[in-house]
Ligand binder design. Sequence first.
Ligand SMILES: *[C@@H]1O[C@H](CO)[C@@H](O)[C@H](O)[C@H]1NC(C)=O
Ligand SMILES: *[C@@H]1O[C@H](CO)[C@@H](O)[C@H](O)[C@H]1NC(C)=O
Ligand SMILES: *[C@@H]1O[C@H](CO)[C@@H](O)[C@H](O)[C@H]1NC(C)=O
Ligand SMILES: *[C@@H]1O[C@H](CO)[C@@H](O)[C@H](O)[C@H]1NC(C)=O
Ligand SMILES: *[C@@H]1O[C@H](CO)[C@@H](O)[C@H](O)[C@H]1NC(C)=O
Ligand SMILES: *[C@@H]1O[C@H](CO)[C@@H](O)[C@H](O)[C@H]1NC(C)=O
Ligand SMILES: *[C@@H]1O[C@H](CO)[C@@H](O)[C@H](O)[C@H]1NC(C)=O
Ligand SMILES: *[C@@H]1O[C@H](CO)[C@@H](O)[C@H](O)[C@H]1NC(C)=O
Length: 307
Amino acid sequence: VAFPWRSVQHALVVGTMGWTYHHSNNKMNWSQAREFCQNNYTDMVAIQSQEENDYLVSLLPNRSSSPYYWIGITKAHKNDPWTWVGNNSTWIGDHSWAQNEPNNNHSTEFCVEIYVNGGANRGKWNDEKCANLKYPVCYKASCSQDSCSVHADCVETIGNYTCQCHPGFQEPHCEQAIVCQTILDPEQGSHHCFDSYGPYSFNSSCRFHCNLGFRLVGAPRLVCQANGHWDHPAPLCQVKQCPALNYAPTGGSMDCSHPIAPYSYNSTCEINCDEGYEFVGQNQIRCDHTGQWTAGVPACTGNMVIS
Ligand SMILES: *[C@@H]1O[C@H](CO)[C@@H](O)[C@H](O)[C@H]1NC(C)=O
Ligand SMILES: *[C@@H]1O[C@H](CO)[C@@H](O)[C@H](O)[C@H]1NC(C)=O
Ligand SMILES: *[C@@H]1O[C@H](CO)[C@@H](O)[C@H](O)[C@H]1NC(C)=O
Ligand SMILES: *[C@@H]1O[C@H](CO)[C@@H](O)[C@H](O)[C@H]1NC(C)=O
Ligand SMILES: *[C@@H]1O[C@H](CO)[C@@H](O)[C@H](O)[C@H]1NC(C)=O
Ligand SMILES: *[C@@H]1O[C@H](CO)[C@@H](O)[C@H](O)[C@H]1NC(C)=O
Ligand SMILES: *[C@@H]1O[C@H](CO)[C@@H](O)[C@H](O)[C@H]1NC(C)=O
Ligand SMILES: *[C@@H]1O[C@H](CO)[C@@H](O)[C@H](O)[C@H]1NC(C)=O
């Protein structure tokens, strides 16, 4: 069983016991006890704080004498550290052991029982031979592999669990990605998105392009963030601008047409020279898609012959 230790830790921090405890009134050796727990519940109990120890003791029926209850802490060899099964934690509290324990009386006392009685040792631990027969104490976690969607963490609560969505996913089941506002093509442009989880949804990445003769103003790429907002405002396509030609040429006149905007992409200007003048270069120029006039600015030059 993949156990969500991270979540359990969270649950303990907020002072709730995320899982339920279970014991059996059938005596068994430590290995059998663990097997019993794993087969019927999640695992043998793994105590990780004094509070949890005391809470557990308060739930278990008192025993007037040995045997008491097996708990999920053990070691393989004399000099190994005591280790909790499940996550290899080595937690032991300052007052966990009963007086003069662990004593390893038989040199092979590699398992631990917890005293649950009315005496001074209530809630204390004692090392014992693993072959001895005692009552198992197990826990059952509410979280299982399929409790929550893959976009969530399962968090144990009192007697149940909740699913905490990962950023970018929404309640109640955390399956649905958060959706950002739909994007429209900019005027004179287009956009194209790559989606991780759905159109205009968390992590969608949209690129913008402008038509010929227009330039992009703003961010060329927008990403839908976990908070449901795009990381930038949508960009605009602005017509490319040529240098303005708003002056009257000597010896002539300029006649321009501006299909989009003054002196911008596709504007054309034509010069008409007065009598006695003629144009130099081309008489008509156009603002091209790069924002440049197709030729030098036309001018009229005097050609008067004094007679
Ligand atoms: C084992 O789990 C407990 C309880 O969640 C946690 O406090 C401890 O850090 C874990 N230990 C290891 C070694 O992962
Ligand atoms: C629990 O697990 C044991 C094996 O360890 C099995 O014999 C038993 O039937 C299971 N069920 C109950 C309710 O104890
Ligand atoms: C605990 O430690 C043992 C031996 O070092 C290792 O095989 C096992 O995978 C560990 N278990 C966990 C849950 O970390
Ligand atoms: C050690 O175990 C023996 C029984 O095998 C028992 O008589 C004795 O009291 C134990 N000693 C301690 C210190 O627990
Ligand atoms: C077990 O013993 C303790 C200590 O004497 C007592 O407070 C508690 O009520 C007893 N529990 C049960 C279930 O009898
Ligand atoms: C526990 O009991 C089982 C089944 O009777 C046995 O195979 C195993 O060796 C025992 N373990 C110990 C440590 O005595
Ligand atoms: C446990 O929580 C889940 C998810 O919130 C819910 O669907 C279920 O009904 C709850 N179970 C119990 C026994 O309350
Ligand atoms: C978001 O998308 C990028 C690729 O654009 C991918 O590498 C990344 O893993 C995705 N992140 C999430 C949380 O899905």
